[in-house]
Design a protein around this ligand. Structure first.
Ligand code: BGC
Length: 971
């Protein structure tokens, strides 16, 4: 049996991409084998113009000895536009065994040189351009012969949807997506071979305002990129006899308006079905009263092929309930704060107007709440034509909502027939890559909320929120969340596109706008932690996917950002001036301020150091020796000045905030004793707050890392599990189904933070997901060998409330899994390592003698390359394969867990309180019971910090009847 198989060939991250303009496309593949420890020794890669004939390939790498299986760049003869290139791969493993040829995959080029684009931009007649309704454009097309294949290449100034002979073309929504239109605009490619029928065909286009000229930003600015809508389109027909024909947009196309009277991204859509022009996009329709379009020149010129995955409906959700609010509104509850639209069915007399108003939450009285939408109306109106059952979903708008207020819908037996409504979830259709689950349902809910936050805000670009009058590509938010995002979904194409816009919109001086594409007023300055997206985002894509090209493409932009900072501060090593957003929304902010207490120059200098480090590391990857030297030196200087300026000689920071300590630790700005002190102070800070955080956008993503990686993992876990305000789980106790913008978007008393800035779907605080995958589950990588070529499985087992944590991640090489399970008796760890990678597996509190894998003692296990014991852990080097490790839980990891939770569980009981008070003299904190509630026994009895004397602790545990015999293992 052939055991070696090449699967999942992708090109530029996509399976069989149609319409690319990459001149040297990169191909990646995965390998399957049931044999452990499999690696690729060599590959052979061929490209052919024929799907079946590889006898005379266009390109043949020949037998190439290399482990590389990701991003193999095509180096054959120059590609031509509008051609399909087929490819296949075979590989050899370390023993010289070869696979069969893979299945054939392909890519197809669009315009490799944009000067080949011939179609003109057309716009509806000038008398019509200021109209609000969505335009219909049409063109009858005569084809002369039998067709072999046909493609449409199209884009629009606005958002558009195509139809051919009355049928929608493709499934994309909101094409051409949002780019920095004045610098670059994407076109889409559609295979319409099967939609063309006979010689006569009609191309139809619906054309709305979208991001190009519709309302954007809280100032409701219009016409940001231009004041006319336009379309440019080419239909390429290849006849069976080999000849070709092009049909292009020109002034012979006709346009008018139709049933969509209004459509705006923020505000919704108004559709009057009585105005439908039946058959407008089919043959034989009389368009004599439509106006001619005009050819216009003021449209974007830099056309690029679609880079991102398209935006699509990815799921439908059926309403959970319908109810009447205290204010008397009829409201549908989807049960999930989602982004997309409602599809409805209705049968009613002509002219019946149904109004849907979308909102995210109910207020504390149970009424639907629109306040936080600010000026975004999120209102969809449908007016019936009265011809039986009608179906409608808005096309050029999307809403962020869980609740829908329904007005005007004809009731049946006094009730709203809720089965006629369905929610359609819309976002960039990325491949799902990650799954995370634990023994704690609240944490699982948090993971789901993070994923929903990502789905709702990855609508063609990374946005801050999907509901109010923003929905903008805020750089800080994207930077904060990207690593988590890249666990949940394959974000390669998504961030490649967005980063090209970042580069395009970067200010001349290297500053980075707050939002990308930049639609905020000129002259806006740059802020730390926002502008750093220019450096952090490409680096993250590189780390996760091994994508060197994104580093090469963005390198100048990364460098310009660091050089920009270098020119800012009072000396080249500090950034201590200018406008800064600071630790945005941190809880230590002054009354009425959005900006947390951590000194802004400390944050700015810390991020300056971090970006410089990443830039230096990028220079290493790109082999730019001179820059490696320059930025290593610069980094040294920044670190030194950071210490001079912000750290006392005994290791206190000038800002005594969680965020300050977090940044100094995770950005590696403090060493030795100062570092220990910083970690200690951070932990104390969290303890002093009864295990609550105070961090905002800047500190939150790194907080748990700073604790776990500096000796305070249990504190990090308690922060995660904290369910009182402020915490991640708190929002879940208040019914959150997504991540909120503020820790107190809904306050403990049920009131709202404020109308002015209160999104219930903001992904930034979802950045904890990164730590959940990397630390709790322990799926980590060796950064010097990106893309998880060298994996580290290092789960944190025991000492916490979890009895199992399970995560898997579809890396570029294939699936990685780390799942652990803890009982009183044993520890089990399931690990999956993809072919062509290796892993170090660290089994905590294990020893070699009784560690087994699938029933065998560890020193006799296939795939295990080396075994060492260090610091109470067993460390294994393993090759690819799936492993089931089991070892006895000798070190009592569970015991700590049991005692802790039961102590917490019992607290509300009077008898317990009494017993606790009896032992309280040893407790140094003001409120003994409150503190006991949150301190683990380990902390209570740790030397130097004893809150209860050790013997007292033992008695206490016994008296509480927690365990039969007390054998405290406090290590
Ligand atoms: C956005 C944030 C953003 C911030 C910065 C807000 O309005 O929603 O997420 O990063 O502004 O000013």
């Amino acid at each position: 049996m052939q055991d070696l198989k090449v699967v999942n060939i992708s090109c530029e991250y996509k399976t069989n991409p149609l319409g690319i303009d990459v001149k040297k496309p990169r191909v990646s593949w995965q390998i399957e084998s049931t044999q452990r420890g499999t690696k690729q020794l060599a590959y052979q890669y061929q490209v052919s113009l024929s799907e079946t004939d590889f006898e005379q390939p266009l390109y043949d790498s020949g037998y190439t000895e290399s482990e590389q299986s990701l991003h193999i760049e095509y180096t054959g003869p120059e590609l031509e536009s509008h051609k399909r290139y087929f490819n296949r791969v075979k590989v050899w493993n370390q023993d010289g065994l070869d696979s069969d040829w893979s299945d054939v995959a392909w890519w197809e080029t669009a315009f490799l040189d944009q000067s080949e684009w011939q179609a003109q931009w057309i716009t509806p007649n000038p008398s019509e351009i200021d109209q609000t309704p969505v335009f219909l454009l049409r063109k009858e097309v005569q084809l002369k012969k039998e067709i072999a294949s046909a493609r449409i290449y199209a884009t629009a100034a606005g958002v558009y949807e195509l139809s051919l002979n009355g049928e929608k073309v493709g499934e994309d929504l909101l094409a051409p997506g949002w780019t920095s239109y004045n610098k670059r605009i994407q076109y889409q490619t559609y295979d319409v071979t099967s939609q063309l029928t006979g010689s006569k065909n009609v191309i139809g286009v619906l054309l709305a305002n979208g991001w190009y000229k519709g309302d954007l930003t809280w100032e409701d600015k219009r016409n940001i990129y231009g004041d006319k809508r336009g379309v440019t389109l080419q239909l390429h027909v290849r006849y069976q006899d080999g000849t070709e024909e092009l049909i292009l947009t020109d002034g012979t196309w006709k346009a008018t308006t139709g049933p969509i009277l209004y459509s705006e991204l923020y505000h919704g859509e108004t559709y009057d079905a009585r105005l439908e022009q039946k058959g407008w996009d089919t043959i034989g329709f009389d368009d004599s009263n439509w106006k001619s379009t005009v050819v216009a020149s003021e449209f974007p010129t830099n056309l690029v092929a679609q880079e991102n995955n398209p935006t699509r409906v990815t799921e439908t959700i059926f309403p959970q309930s319908v109810f009447i609010t205290p204010a008397g509104d009829t409201v549908i509850d989807l049960g999930q704060n989602m982004v997309g639209r409602i599809r409805l069915k209705v049968e009613a007399p002509a002219g019946t107007k149904i109004v849907l108003k979308h909102a995210e939450v109910l207020d504390k009285d149970g009424n639907i709440y629109f306040g936080n939408l600010r000026s975004a109306r999120q209102t969809v109106e449908y007016i019936t034509k009265g011809e039986g059952m009608e179906e409608y979903a808005p096309i050029f708008t999307f809403q962020g909502f869980r609740y829908v207020k329904v007005e005007g819908y004809p009731l049946q037996n006094g009730k709203l027939p809720v089965e006629n409504f369905v929610g359609e979830v819309i976002h960039t259709d990325m491949n799902k890559t990650g799954e995370f689950e634990t023994s704690n349902p609240l944490v699982n809910k948090l993971q789901q909320n993070i994923v929903w936050g990502q789905r709702g805000n990855f609508v063609d670009l990374p946005t801050d929120c999907p509901q109010r009058d923003e929905r903008l590509g805020w750089t800080g938010d994207a930077q904060v969340f990207i690593r988590t995002a890249m666990f949940n979904y394959q974000g390669g194409p998504f961030f490649t596109k967005w980063l090209r816009d970042l580069k395009a919109d970067q200010f001349k001086d290297g500053g980075v706008p707050f939002v990308i594409p930049n639609v905020l007023p000129d002259g806006e300055s740059s802020s730390t932690a926002w502008g750093d997206a220019a450096v952090i985002c490409p680096w993250t894509v590189y780390l996760v996917n091994g994508d060197k090209r994104i580093l090469a493409e963005q390198y100048e932009s990364m460098k310009n950002w660091v050089e920009f900072i270098r020119r800012q501060g009072e000396n080249e090593f500090l950034w201590n001036n200018g406008f800064q957003l600071g630790d945005w929304l941190a809880l230590d902010a002054k009354e009425n301020s959005y900006i947390g207490a951590t000194a802004r120059d400390l944050i700015a200098t810390a991020f300056y150091a971090y970006s410089t480090r990443v830039l230096r590391d990028t220079a290493v990857v790109l082999e730019k020796a001179e820059d490696v030297r320059t930025y290593t030196e610069l980094l040294g200087g920044i670190k030194q000045h950071f210490n001079l300026e912000f750290v006392s000689s005994t290791g206190r920071l000038t800002s005594q905030t969680q965020t300050a300590y977090v940044l100094s630790l995770v950005f590696d700005l403090v060493d030795g004793k100062v570092r220990d002190r910083a970690a200690f102070e951070l932990n104390e800070h969290v303890l002093d707050n009864d295990y609550h955080l105070t961090t905002g956008f800047v500190g939150t993503p790194y907080l748990a890392f700073a604790l776990s990686n500096n000796g305070y993992h249990e504190t990090a876990v308690k922060l995660l599990l904290q369910d009182t305000y402020p915490s991640w789980i708190y929002s879940i106790t208040k019914g959150a189904t997504t991540i909120w913008e503020h820790w107190d978007s809904i306050k403990p008393d049920g009131s709202f933070w404020s109308d002015d800035m209160n999104s219930f779907n903001h992904y930034a605080y979802g950045a904890i997901g990164d730590w959940m995958y990397r630390v709790l589950a322990g799926i980590e990588m060796e950064e010097s060998v990106p893309a998880y070529k060298r994996i580290r499985i290092q789960p944190r087992i025991g000492g916490t409330d979890f009895t199992y944590v399970s995560a898997n991640f579809e890396s570029m090489y294939g699936k990685i899994e780390s799942s652990w399970n803890l009982t009183e008796e044993e520890v089990r760890l399931t690990v999956q390592i993809p072919v062509n990678t290796t892993a170090q597996v660290i089994l905590p509190n294990a020893n070699i003698e009784n560690l087994q894998e699938d029933g065998r003692y560890i020193n006799n296990v296939d795939g295990v390359l080396s075994i060492t014991e260090a610091e109470g852990d067993v460390r294994l080097e393993v090759g690819s394969g799936t492993y089931q490790f089991i070892y006895p839980n000798e070190k009592g990891m569970k015991k700590i867990y049991t005692i802790n939770t039961r102590l917490i569980d019992l607290l509300d009981n009077d008898q317990t309180k009494e017993i606790l008070e009896k032992y309280s003299p040893g407790i140094t904190r003001p409120n003994p019971t409150a503190n006991l509630k949150v301190l683990s026994l380990k902390e209570l009895a740790s030397p130097g910090k004893a809150k209860i004397p050790h013997d007292g602790l033992e008695k206490l545990v016994k008296e509480l009847n927690l365990v039969e015999s007390v054998e405290l293992n406090l290590s």
